[in-house]
Design a protein around this ligand. Structure first.
Ligand code: IPM
Ligand code: MN
Length: 356
């Protein structure tokens, strides 16, 4: 038996609802693959902030660091000023644990409605840089609230940071059938950072001679994501462009209810963190309306990262089976989770392996 300790940060809004379904599916799949999960729940987010003023105390961060992986639901609540939990908790985890690869796969599953009509085979992955860019908090404002206010948000791009994420993206492209890497930036305007990215891609490319490389400005990339998304295989881009593009990528593949992500430290010196791309959706929190599929697929990414790709594939297949049979009747969060867990069991039975 392989045992894994998971830190669970269910968080705010719909976070706890979708996370419990993801945990249910992990529990169901564990026995068939000889896995055992122990979980530690961390009470972080709006509730704790209001109770204690804390977002992520250092002692909690150190405890979380001791786990094999982190499962996160959603962070953010309208009762807390915008940015406090995002910066103080979610981004703090990503930065402190050096999650420099923010992995966001986009796949159009059979039977999923897309606003694009008939876009062809959408199956790409965005490698979004996770520790630098305009997200680092390198900025400030003076004369705030006056007509002469001046505000900056300086994007940080280091040769070290760009090179490590670019190399990871190349390796992922190399491992995929189409072996294609698209750098997305804006190097016609952001000439300093943009040229660092372009030069880095050019410098690393000879190490991956089988990978075809191209480049798109971010504005053009948004056009192609809508008009010809099948052209993409692996996209590598900076933190902010990646944030924006992956919401668009989710929208064309069935919406953020299906979009999973991993905040990965490929060097494995810290636990990686897996979370749905969606937010805490306070408008539907507590109503059992949220689709837990993205959280469940994030569990699959977690298993893949922990070295159990067969189990990850089984969850993905169960999700595909459930999606293919989805009708017009809305189901509750629990019903979707239960159906996918059942589908995991059925698939296991078909393969003759005992499942939970
Ligand atoms: C995401 C979210 C976060 C981000 C926010 C909540 C800080 O939008 O995971 O994409 O911008 O990275
Ligand atoms: Mn986002």
């Amino acid at each position: 038996t392989r045992s894994f300790s998971l830190a669970v940060v269910a968080g705010d809004g719909i976070g706890p609802e979708v996370t419990s379904q993801a945990l249910k599916v992990l529990d169901v799949i564990a026995p068939a693959h000889d896995l055992a999960f122990t979980t530690t729940d961390y009470d972080l987010g709006a509730r704790r902030y209001h109770a204690t003023g804390e977002t992520l105390p250092d002692s909690v961060l150190e405890e979380i660091r001791g786990h094999d992986a982190i499962l996160l639901g959603a962070i953010g609540d309208p009762s807390v000023p915008s940015g406090v939990l995002e910066r103080g908790l979610l981004l703090k985890l990503r930065f402190a644990l050096d999650h420099y690869v923010n992995l966001r796969p986009s796949k159009l599953f059979p039977g999923v409605a897309t606003p694009l009509g008939d876009p062809g085979d959408i199956d790409f992955v965005v490698v979004r840089e996770g520790t630098e860019g305009p997200y680092v908090g390198n900025g400030g404002a003076i004369r705030v609230g006056t007509p002469h206010e001046l505000a900056t948000e300086v994007s940080i791009n280091t040769a070290y940071g760009v090179e490590r994420v670019v190399r990871d993206a190349f390796a992922r492209a190399q491992a995929r059938p189409r072996k294609k890497l698209t750098l997305v930036h804006k190097n016609n305007v952001l000439v300093h950072a943009g040229h660092l990215w372009s030069r880095t891609v050019a410098a690393v490319a000879p190490e991956f001679p089988d990978v075809t490389v191209d480049y798109l400005h971010v504005d053009a990339a948004t056009i192609f994501l809508v008009t010809d998304p099948a052209r993409f295989d692996v996209i590598v881009t900076d933190n902010l462009f990646g944030d924006i593009l992956t919401d668009l990528a989710a929208a064309i593949t069935g919406g953020i209810g299906l979009a999973a992500s991993g905040n990965v430290n490929p060097d494995r010196t810290t636990p990686s963190m897996f979370e749905p791309v969606h937010g805490s959706a306070p408008d539907i929190a507590g109503q059992s309306k949220a689709d837990p599929t993205a959280a469940i697929l994030s569990g699959a990414l977690l298993l893949e990262h922990l070295g159990v790709p067969e189990a990850a594939a089984q969850i993905t297949a169960a999700v595909e089976a459930d999606i293919a049979g989805r009708g017009a009747v809305p189901r509750s969060t629990e019903e979707v989770g239960e159906a996918i867990a059942q589908s995991v069991t059925d698939l296991g039975a078909a393969e003759g392996v005992p499942v939970g």
